[in-house]
Design a protein around this ligand. Sequence first.
Ligand code: PLP
Length: 478
Amino acid sequence: MTSLEEAFDAASFRTQGHALIDQIAEYFTRVRSTGTDSMPVLPWVDPESMRRAWPASFEKPGEQELSSLVARVLAESNHLHHPRYMGHQVAVSLPLASLTDLVSSVLNNAMAIYETGPVSTSIERNLAAWLARQVGFGTGADGIFTSGGSVGNLTALLAARSAMAGYDLWEEGSHAGPPLALLASEQTHYCVKRAVQIMGWGAKGVSPVAVDGRFRMKAAALADAKKRAEDAGRRVIAVVASAASTATGAFDPLDEVADFCEANKLWFHVDGAHGASAVLSEKYRHLTRGIERADSVVWDAHKMMLMPSLLTAVLFRDGKRSYEAFAQQASYLFDGAARPEDEWFNSGTRTLECSKSMMATKLFVGLSVYGKELFADYVTRMFDLGARFAERLETAPDFELPAPPDGNIVCFRYMPPGLAVDKDALQLKIRRQILGDGSFYIVQTRLPSGLHLRVTFMNPFTSAADLDALIDRVRAAA
Ligand SMILES: *Cc1c(COP(=O)(O)O)cnc(C)c1O
């Protein structure tokens, strides 16, 4: 039996740690290759076989050592560092950020109150202010970090509810006033509807706003969506716009939505989980015009800022609003300051989480060592790839684009002229084949016109040659 003393031995940590870093560095070299020695992007195994292949009994500890266990985890996972990873919008972890996460994981400061995370709490405070400045918010802005955009959207909408409902749902419950609703397009991420249902507004708590031919919210349709909700007896308190929406990567017209919110005194929330990072890029910042007028913005650094999961900023133009999402006090943790903002350093008053990882430290280190330009350049390059891939598809007679992409998410279909088979079934089969051989990792999405293949360019080393290779691979699969 290993003793606790042995498990915590500093000398073994050093030996194991050096070997582990060597192992990961070798992985980085191998995973980048797209030549004949290329690894599959995702070595596909069906879920039940995969589950059975992994040991679930721990009766003989020590039979396998760290390096062989890690080798297996590395080999059988989905390889985001592979240049032909083009699937869901998950960040390709910046190596420096992964190293910093090791430090955070060692320290494991819990974050809910200042004393359990003095350094990381201070870093979060300053980084929230920095991100708020990038968005274009003024000096009164503030923000907090949460474990993911889904929790972030819920947090922002709870604050919106406190500010706008006109009665105290937190204390009195939802029967104390009229049922509430918000306006959002059908392209909005499902977590917004989920947040609405968690808040108890029911499925009709989202009044859908129509989109245009590019899947962007039609600002002119907001009044209609508001009226429908009001005719059904609801009080409309907010609009949620996407920057960008998940399925197609479309950026809603934020400036026009802001006009509507101002005129109608509604809370304006921007779900920028994926695309708020565009504010960093000179070339693509225009897509987010109007974001600085939002009351709240959610921004995932584990999407387009190269950070390992999870790291979400919830930013408020008026920082005091960030104290309203969770109004209750836990006296054993929090001192109960006269003004809640006097206790900004007890972040647990403003987050769903009590314990939380030291999540912002890796972004602080990334920005400190490399500067903003690295991240700006990354966003520009990924969005450029989206445009380039769309150009290639537009000139190919056998491919179809449902709409030109705004950024790095591109939906498309293989549709040779005169094709007489089921279009949706064909896309599905193409994707199955590509998933099966692991040559690329791409996904699929259903749009009103049918099933489409979908790529998101996330990997800094995806090249123009990889785009051509994907087109060839789709044709061969078809
Ligand atoms: C990814 C995404 C989310 C969900 O964020 P998580 O961090 O995965 O919880 C919400 N909205 C949009 C637009 C997204 O792209």
